[in-house]
Design a protein around this ligand. Structure first.
Ligand code: AR6
Length: 180
């Protein structure tokens, strides 16, 4: 278990299925319709049950880089924060700034709701094709920049589905945040 404290805040790395985590909010790597899809989005909708889709229909979609919150329904997590990552188009279409916004806006939404713990998947690195190493750098550095301070969020978990992604995050987190 990789864990690192930034003041009184914690950053953890976890390998596995994000739908199993009992945190205040899990983040969904959704698409702009917010009406479900494959990958982690499909897994979250399957585990949360049909009530999640019903609530998502009332949200009328979400632009890339923004985030919206729903309840977690049958998930162990109380809430789902749906964010829409950029589709990788080669790197000169503002992808890095949009990916950064996904993390910033998800954290601000969690703070606005007084949430203490949040878990992120590796947004945009599946179907949306964002290079994993660059995406990991953005994920870790953005969270590290925004976590200290007055936010209600005390714990951020990065959830990596594959062992290879977990090892990448371990390496990146050690580079960016220092070793234990
Ligand atoms: N728990 C944690 N991570 C997971 C899980 C899981 N259960 N399942 C997959 N991942 P992707 P994107 C990882 O494709 O690239 C959907 O159809 C996966 O290994 O889910 O942002 C949406 O509706 C990868 O590292 O999301 C959109 O249309 C990461 O989650 C589109 O895909 C993200 O992969 C979004 O694409």
């Amino acid at each position: 278990m990789w864990i690192r404290s930034l003041g009184d805040r914690l950053i953890r790395l976890h390998q596995g299925d994000i739908t199993k985590l009992a945190v205040d909010a899990i983040v969904n790597a959704a698409n702009s319709s917010l009406l479900g899809g494959g990958g982690v989005d499909g897994a979250i909708h399957r585990a949360a049950g049909p009530e999640l889709l019903e609530e998502c229909r009332t949200l009328k979609g979400c632009p890339t880089g923004q985030a919206k919150i729903t309840k977690g329904y049958r998930l162990p997590a109380a809430h789902v924060i749906h964010t829409v990552g950029p589709i990788w188009q080669g790197g000169s279409a503002g992808e890095a700034e949009l990916l950064r916004s996904c993390y910033v806006n998800s954290l601000s939404l969690a703070d606005a709701h007084g949430l203490k713990s949040i878990a992120f998947p590796a947004i945009s690195t599946g179907v949306y094709g964002y290079p994993k190493e660059e995406a990991a750098t953005i994920a870790i550095s953005t969270v590290a920049e925004h976590l200290p301070g007055k936010s209600s969020v005390k714990e951020v978990v990065f959830v990596l589905y594959s062992e290879a992604d977990y090892r990448l995050y371990e390496r990146k987190a050690a580079q960016l945040l220092g070793r234990e």
